[in-house]
Design a protein around this ligand. Sequence first.
Ligand code: MN
Length: 252
Amino acid sequence: MRMLITNDDGVYSPGITALAQVAATFGEVRIVAPDVERSSAGQSITASRPLTYKRTLGTDIETYRVNGTPSDCVALGAHNWEKVDVVLSGINLGSNLGNAMWHSGTLAAAKQAALFGLRGIAFSTPSTDTEPDFSVLKPWVSVVLKLLLDLPDACLLNVNLPAGMPRGILWTRQSVRLYDGKVVAAKDPMGRSHFWFTVIPLEKSEEGTDRHAIEQGYVSITPLRLDITDYEQLAKAKSEFAFDKITFDLKP
Ligand code: MN
């Protein structure tokens, strides 16, 4: 089992060390991660400049830093280390639930792995005033990893761990609600206008969702897929607007 470890918090995050240490009990691991934090980078790739891939010393695990995005790290990591079986991303300091999945660089790395035909699993935990207690989380990451590695058909998974000791594990669906992003206007010390994007936590969540599981203190595992087609709307549109039966008169 060959596991490539990445994240979006950067190569020096304690979360990636914790994940790599757990993964190392299952097989071969190598860390390839952004040289600086790239949180909320989504699945962007660097196409307008070249990238570097540099060995980083100081850990027991072979580690490389890339001056690019999490998706760049997956591409370079898989290019420079053949026969990767699975890409693990995280542990992100900040949960990735519901709508956050659209922006998350942590999950994007797992999605990029799935695009390459590899398996991708993302791990996140809430960001609080104190650093997560990885000694509590690591045994749960280990249990989840064992479970998911034994489910080879599940190619893309989003795992969130609660703050503190989990009560158990739940299979969940993505919480999709009205977008909770806000734009907050402010002034810099020179009196110039600037803006912050913030995500305000939603107060209520539906049972069965990732957000609900975390709020109740459970580990949440959501199986995902790359195909985001709305099949219900597709069938409806095809039956209501059968293009082969519609004549378009578009002459100027
Ligand atoms: Mn992050």
